[in-house]
Design a binder for this molecule. Structure first.
Ligand code: NI
Length: 186
């Protein structure tokens, strides 16, 4: 396992369309393992193969407070629902973040490392991460979709982050309240 170099958005490779994986080879397995190491070392939420210079339809996603790791081979969005607007960043784009509108819910079909198909029903940050990584496989960066870009050193950015944190806290409190209410009902 090894940490790979993450390409920056000035690199043309990030604009190319990745090819589907047709069979699992030792090279693909090493790539997956290296991508996990690279994601962890960069403290990112997701990483797509083109970001490490490999034009294959492979991505990995791991949410900060979830212990589930998603290995996605040939992933496809098969259903979407609603719209959310959140701040997004990318390991290949330094110093900025953008407000991007994405579906609130996505259903993704992908293959695991044994080429077995599976589906993910995702909401919130996971839905954003999956859509963002799948975009990378088609040469699309979030900066193409963002309707507002902010410098991460700006006050505006800090205010947005604080606002999103407050919203997350409110969501968590509402969930806890709902759980308590359920218990009371029996
Ligand atoms: Ni990215």
């Amino acid at each position: 396992m090894a940490i790979r170099n993450v390409l920056l958005d000035s690199d043309d490779i990030l604009r190319k369309i990745s090819k589907p994986v047709e069979k699992i080879t030792p090279t693909i397995l090493t790539l997956l393992d290296d991508m996990l190491d690279t994601l962890e070392s960069a403290e990112g939420v997701g990483l797509a193969a083109p970001q490490v210079g490999i034009l294959r339809r492979i991505a990995v996603v791991r949410l900060p407070d979830e212990d589930i790791l998603y290995e996605l081979i040939n992933p496809e969005i098969i259903e979407t629902d609603g719209e959310q607007e959140k701040l997004e960043g990318c390991l290949s784009v330094n110093g900025i973040a953008g407000l991007v509108r994405r579906p609130v819910r996505v259903k993704v079909r992908a293959l695991n490392r044994r080429l077995e198909p599976y589906e993910i029903e995702a909401k919130g940050l996971l839905a954003i991460a999956l859509a963002h990584e799948i975009d990378h496989l088609d040469g699309v960066l979030y900066t193409d979709r963002a309707h507002k870009i902010m410098d991460t050193s700006s006050q505006e950015y800090k205010d947005y982050v604080a606002k999103e944190e407050r919203e997350e806290d409110a969501e968590k409190r509402a969930k806890r309240r709902a759980m308590r209410a359920k218990r009371r009902v029996g």
